[in-house]
Design a protein around this ligand. Sequence first.
Ligand code: SF4
Length: 390
Amino acid sequence: MKYLEEFQDPELARVLLEDIRATVTRPWAVMEVCGGQTHSIIRHGIDQLLPDEVELIHGPGCPVCVTPLEVIDKALEIAGRPEVIFCSFGDMLRVPGTDRDLFRVRGEGGDVRVVYSPLDALRIARENPHREVVFFGIGFETTAPPNAMTVHQARKQGITNFSMLVSHVLVPPAIEAIMTSPDCRVQGFLAAGHVCSVMGTEEYPQLAERHKVPIVVTGFEPLDILEGIRRTVRQLERGEHTVENAYQRAVRPEGNPAARAMLQDVFEVADRAWRGIGVIPGSGWRLSERYREFDAEHRFDVTGITTRESELCRSGEVLQGLIKPHQCEAFGTVCTPRNPLGATMVSTEGACAAYYLYRRLGAPAAATATAAATAAGAVPPTALEASPVG
Ligand code: SF4
């Protein structure tokens, strides 16, 4: 617990907040890219403790939320086949496809299993040589290395009844897309510390320079986030736009060389669609030619799928930071964690879920109380206590 407590100290939080207040002289909009950071911000009421001039914009860094509808529908199609054991992390099971989700497929007789590691899926393939085992491999640069390693192991062990439905996305091209959008209001970024712990920070100086935007690599505890905001605001006030690493206990400039080598061996960069956002060039990975035999999209015929998004759901705007979740008309009424219209309400990293869990529609007083309690050092409710998934 030593390291958690150190980064949740309310006295140090007060010092950082005072420093931010003393630094800021005009309005600034800062985007936290990662959904994990969004949950930490909302859970601890950090956005409400900041001076009015500092607005936090929630970014598209929720892996479940940005997995394209077409890929979800492909997963549903594959999972419904009698010869298939479909393995997924639990938070994907309630993500709505065009007309059902993986829970529904399981209810209809599909063999859909929740696993805690891609290696579990590989074990299931080894134990069921007469079935086809498919793992749903989604996420950012953080979840990609174990998935790459699993495919590598499948080939090494000669397991031929295993494949992966891959939908990996990359953060730097998303930052590029956000900054080049005509609607962009973002003036500074808190970069996701866990992504940088894998990939390093080499790609960020060009982005910072090209868009004249400060980028501060930031962790996930309250003090990490406040320090990231403090450094970003300080740069903005000074007219600077450099890359700073405020998460040095986990991030080295070169990242994790072993993980990067594994990624390079198994994956290749490809254009990727992001749910609610659209195609971002060079923003994802797919299995490279050498591993194509393990690609579920090649093993199963899942072409010709027609998708249809909810007409009410505005998660695309939420993911781009154009609206806050409670500004969606469906928030907390027809869309709740129990009856989600969009992935941003399902995922444990989704912004809509964060607002629902910690603020609730029409209950601003509760949010203020949470912020005040956090500032006073009280323990706020945890996401797990109220989690709608898993
Ligand atoms: S509240 Fe529900 S319907 Fe609205 S954007 Fe979020 S997920 Fe979509």
